[in-house]
Every structure is written in C-alpha cells, then in structure tokens.
Design a protein around this ligand. Structure first.
Ligand code: TXA
Ligand code: MG
Length: 314
C-alpha cells in the first residue's frame, strides 16, 4: 500500500515499520528511538538477531552524536561519498544506538542514502535503521512490487520507483590500521583509492574471521531465488529452461533469456539483477544457467559475488 511522505513520517514517529526507497535497494525502516519497532523488523524479515542493521542518517554532522572515535580519513570518505552508496562501520557510544540494532556489537554501521524522498523523511524523523526490504535470504527489493511480494499488498511503502543502483551499499570498516571492504556493493574498491591513497582490501567475511566475523550478514544465505542457479563461463547447447545472460549475446535457441541488459554495461546489470532473480520465481523456473563470462573488476565484481551467493543453497 503506497503512502505519502507525511504518512511515512507519522508512522515512523509512532514506532511503526514501513518500507522506503533508497538509491541502492528498498529498506524496511524503523526509528532508532523505538527498540520494539527494531525488534519487529527482525521478526518481519525472519532475520537472525546476531545480524546488525545499518543506521541511516539525514546529515553527516549527526555522526558526532554517536561516534566514539572517528578513524583516519573518515571525514574525507564522508565528504566524498555521502550522500551515496557507502556504509561506514565505526565504534559508537553504546547507549546512543540500541543494542538490538547493533546486535550487541560495540560498533554500528552508518550511511546517508542519496534519495530525495527518504532524506526528506530522515530529516524529520531522525536516524532510521533500514535493512533491505526482503525476507531474509530472498533477493533484495528494488521496486514497490518486490516489497509487496515479500510483505503483502497491505504493507506501507513509500514509492520511489525503481532503485537507481539496484545493489546494496559498499561497507567499509576500519580494521587495525587500514580501511577494508567487508561487503562489496554499488561502489567498487577502486573508487576509494583517490581518497584513501590505496585500494581497500576486500575481506572475505566468511573465512577470514570466522569466530568473530567483521560483517555478520555475510555468513547467511542471501539474494537467492527458489530456482537453482548454475553459474557457467560458457553456455552449452544442452542447457536448461532458462538463461540469465546479456541482450547483446547469442545463446542456444529455444531457451528463455532473462536479460541483465548489455554485457558492456555493469550499471544496467546491477539495476536489473534482483528483478531478474525474482522474475525466475514468478515464472516458476526451476533451473537456470547464468552467463558468468564478464570481468572481475569494478561493479562486475559485486555482480559476481551476488550471483555466487544467490547460487549457494546453505
Ligand atoms: O544499500 C544498503 O546498504 C541497504 C539500503 C536499504 O540502505 N541496506 C542493507 O541493509 O543492505 P542489510 O541489513 O540488508 O545489510 C546490512 C549489512 C549486513 O551484512 C550486516 O551484517 C552489516 O551490514 N552490518 C551492520 N552493522 C554492522 C556492524 N556494526 N559491523 C559489521 N557489519 C555490520
Ligand atoms: Mg540485505
């Protein structure tokens, strides 16, 4: 059910959970001043309680209210990439962000979304936690239709059309003496080099720090349609029901193509990714092959990682 900006503000200020657009994906929003609303987010999504949420702010200046310490070059990162698809994990003054949102960690993740409607709401409501607006494990939602598919047509959604980027924010975390990428996303590791003076290392949160993962969310099944995905470098003739591939390539005849757009355009592939994965289920596809013949740099690396996760059934 679509709601107005005014209704969104009223609902959030009275402790309700709604869905809102961002430039990356839709989020399920609750005010940080209502821990019971935050608990409701975990319940609605079926999200494990040890997977912390991102705190979304309307303005960067607010960060000083929460930060215990701002790591080196934090200001430069914030200045260059906020508002935008960068999430930064920093140590916080613990009683300023409810423990349930942080999953008990001494840190919290922050970002300022680059979306006019949602910033307008944030300025009026104050900080909001916003995980992606999908049931845990499902592909993220990049349209109102996707949100309603997961949470029902009566669920309150602020309509911002299709999300521009289509994949989540990139998460940076200060790890001892350098910034590291703990989740690939809409910004590529290389994008940070001009500000940091180095390309931050991408940490595989599932293997490097198994006992105390840097990014707990990375441990879980993610982005996965019901369809079994088979990732291949070359599509053979005896392939299956459906191909997830590119509009400028030729594939064996008679097999349905679910197109990610041009193989020269990672932005359009990112924009289409979750819609394509969701469409496979809408069309009851049981088995699809995915054309993985694309680069491993920049945004392509994020797409590769998302597809690898989507193909893993844990
Ligand atoms: O683009 C995005 O970031 C979207 C939109 C709605 O803003 N949000 C999003 O939230 O992707 P979610 O909950 O789906 O993913 C948040 C990720 C999880 O993997 C979680 O483990 C990680 O952020 N995270 C949150 N707080 C953290 C912390 N203190 N330390 C490490 N990782 C954290
Ligand atoms: Mg998510």
């Amino acid at each position: 059910m679509k709601i107005t900006v005014e209704e969104a503000i009223t609902l959030l200020k009275s402790g309700r959970v709604i869905a809102m657009p961002t430039e990356t994906v839709y989020g399920l929003a609750a005010s940080i001043f209502f821990p019971e609303a935050i608990a409701n987010i975990f319940h609605l999504k079926g999200r494990p309680s040890n997977n912390p949420l991102i705190v979304h702010l309307g303005t960067a200046a607010d960060i000083t209210l929460y930060a215990r310490d701002l790591p080196q070059k934090f200001e430069l990162l914030a200045e260059k990439f906020w508002p935008g698809p960068l999430t930064i994990v920093i140590p916080v003054i613990e009683d300023t962000i409810p423990a349930i949102a942080r999953a008990g960690l001494p840190t919290a993740a922050f970002r300022i979304p680059d979306h006019a409607l949602t910033r307008e709401v944030l300025i009026k409501t104050g900080p909001l936690v916003m995980p992606s607006a999908n049931l845990s494990g499902n592909p993220s939602a990049t349209s109102v239709e996707h949100v309603e598919k997961d949470f029902g047509s009566g669920f309150s959604v602020l309509d911002g059309g299709e999300c521009e980027k289509g994949v989540e924010s990139t998460i940076l975390c200060w790890d001892h003496d350098a910034w590291v990428v703990i989740r690939l996303g809409a910004l590529a590791p290389e994008d940070f080099a001009p500000v940091l003076g180095y390309v931050p290392v991408v940490i595989d949160a599932t293997s490097a720090h198994q006992e105390k993962p840097l990014c707990p969310g990375q441990l879980y099944r993610h982005y996965a349609p019901k369809a079994k995905l088979e990732l291949v470098e070359k599509i053979s003739v005896n392939a299956v029901e459906a191909i997830v591939g590119f509009s400028d390539r030729t594939y064996p005849e008679g097999i349905r193509l679910f197109s990610l757009g041009s193989s020269k355009d990672p932005q359009s592939a990112a924009h289409e990714l979750y819609a394509v994965l969701r469409r496979l289920d809408d069309e009851n596809i049981a088995h699809a092959v995915v054309d993985m013949n694309f680069p491993s740099q920049g945004l392509w690396l994020t797409l590769r990682e998302r597809l690898q996760k989507a193909a893993t059934s844990l």
